[in-house]
Ligand binder design. Sequence first.
Ligand SMILES: *Cc1c(COP(=O)(O)O)cnc(C)c1O
Length: 451
Amino acid sequence: MHSYTDAIDLLADELVNFARWRTRLEPIPLGRPARPADLARAAGRTITEDGIGGHEALRIFREVLAPACLSPDFTRYLAFVPAAPTETAVLFDLVVAAFSIYGGSWLEGGGAVHAENEALRWLSELVGLPPEAGGCFVSGGTLGNLSALVAARHDAELHRSADRPRPARWAFAATSSAHSSVISAAQVMDAEVVEVQPDADGRLSAFALADVLDRDGDRIFAVVATTGTTNIGLIDDLATVGPLCRDRGVWLHVDGAYGGAALAAPSARAAFAGIEHADSFIVDPHKWLFSPFDCCALLYRAPEAARRAHGHHAPYLEILSEHGEWNPSDYAIHLTRRARGLPFWFSLATHGTLAYQQAIETTLTVARAAADEIRRRSYLELVVEPSLSIVVFRRCGWGQLDYRAWSERMLMLGEAFVVPTTHEGESVLRLCIINPRTTTEDIVLILDSLE
Ligand SMILES: *Cc1c(COP(=O)(O)O)cnc(C)c1O
């Protein structure tokens, strides 16, 4: 099986053509979830002693497995955070796979690491970090948040002065709107989360944070702010939180997994004021920066602090750190890694940053139009004014069961994927618009179906 035969060459045509077909498919179908037993029956036994052959395995994937996967790049997939990878990013992902690049070290993957770092630099400049800032790409915001917080705690342990002894248990401060992955990071780290009361708009602000730091500062190694909460798209008040963290010498981690992309959009930029104080920052290019799964950019203001926490030391790895080159494995919880920033880099290099700015502005415009369409309908009510591209609203007179039934029906019809969420104890609907192909007409179709 390790030889490129004529049969493999035929299969290569089939596979590449299939990938090309999916890449230019228009419209992309939503797909439909399958019951495990149905899927098992339809797919049959695929792993056998002699193999079923590539042609047959591809047939099963095409006819049975792929249709049982939803397409987050479908224009009316507006649940969770959708995906909208560019054609160039998707196609380059095939190239990355073909090259077997080891992305963990400069020695082995320097060319790829250089390109990834170029893409990271663009993000770093958007945040306003100093030129020496840097980091790496990891699988997702979950690992990005955990890696940043581990670096922050390591830094606090190192720099905690004699007059402020090490606490029995470290903690970081966040509001209850922080992403679930932030809470799971605390569990993995055996750290505590000190909850900060949000301001009247639901945001983390310096007023309540100062109190928390006065009271609990000795054990707090980081403050976690969110630029674009996953549920309603709120941006924490970094203009006050940033300077406060700087004054108190506490590490500021900014989770921009979803919303950080809007730094590239002039119409949204002002809301991020203060983000330049971040000590670490994440954004998921697989969300609103049009990269395929899975891809999170993780940046540190002072990368050496992260290297002290994450650098690998072992006799069989020593050769990798002799020359001081940039090893992505030193900046997060990973060693072997796919050069997963390359599809993002290729698309960014191909189209230029202005195309990204325009694509993000397009989605923001559609989100604002969605809010207008909701205001115009007497049977709907906006729950919060959208800050970014998440629109949360209620269908008057409906409860959780009504929302669920409607959502399920729309999914089974292949019309739309929109799921209810909870805001301040109430079941509401949530649209997350990150796909530049999603139009106001798509939104109108969804809203009309709620009448
Ligand atoms: C999506 C998201 C995460 C988690 O990112 P994954 O890539 O799913 O691991 C973390 N924080 C926020 C704010 C998010 O929206």
